[in-house]
Write a protein of this length. Structure first.
Length: 196
């Protein structure tokens, strides 16, 4: 019989998820610089020594919490066209980074990546996971004749998302669904022309 320590969904796993969710909540509310193990422990209702023993510090907490996204059942869009799929991706970015109800966490996560090597490494893993899940978008586009064989799916995803991130974090220009759609359209045209 499996012990509670190793059983999926057991007390240890519930504790882990509670702590990591509390970490994300603290990150969204206070930002990386103000996040503490003590505040996470209090929010999660777990003694701080448990957190120190497993994660050592706030940086370790944030790094593991940012990887929770790789455990989600997220699937790449499948609209029937490359442009439609890319528009769904870019509109999703617009939603997560501009909707006040949800934008604090993704924005704080990117900020944490600039302040912590561990957080940056976790973000790379998270986005590598998303890139891998998006490869089917280009595979389908190749099958439909919308992209030449050998098109690099990760370059396509980067090309579609980069202008959104540039506006969000570099030029600080407004980002809308119209811009997301325009970026998706131009990327699809470039893909068909063999740019990737």
């Amino acid at each position: 019989m499996a012990s509670e320590k190793t059983r999926p969904g057991g007390r240890t796993e519930r504790t882990r998820l509670a702590v990591l969710q509390a970490t994300l909540d603290e990150l969204a509310e206070r930002g990386y610089a103000a996040l503490t193990v003590e505040a996470v422990a209090e929010r999660a209702g777990i003694h701080k020594t448990t957190l120190y023993r497993r994660w050592r510090n706030a940086e370790g907490l944030v790094a593991e919490a940012l990887l929770l996204g790789t455990e989600q059942d997220w699937k790449a869009p499948d609209t029937g066209t490359l442009e439609g799929d890319l528009a769904c991706l870019t509109r999703e970015l617009v939603h997560w980074f501009t909707n006040p109800a949800v934008s604090a966490l993704p924005t704080a996560s990117v900020s944490a990546g600039f302040q912590s090597d561990q957080a940056a490494a976790a973000l790379r893993v998270f986005y590598a996971d998303r890139h891998e899940r998006c490869t089917e978008i280009v595979a389908r586009a190749i099958d439909r004749g919308e992209a030449p064989g050998g098109t690099d799916p990760i370059d396509v995803v980067r090309a579609a998302c980069a202008p959104i991130f540039y506006r969000l974090f570099v030029s600080r220009e407004p980002v809308t669904n119209d811009i997301a759609d325009a970026v998706a359209r131009s990327t699809a045209i470039a893909v068909k022309a063999g740019a990737y």
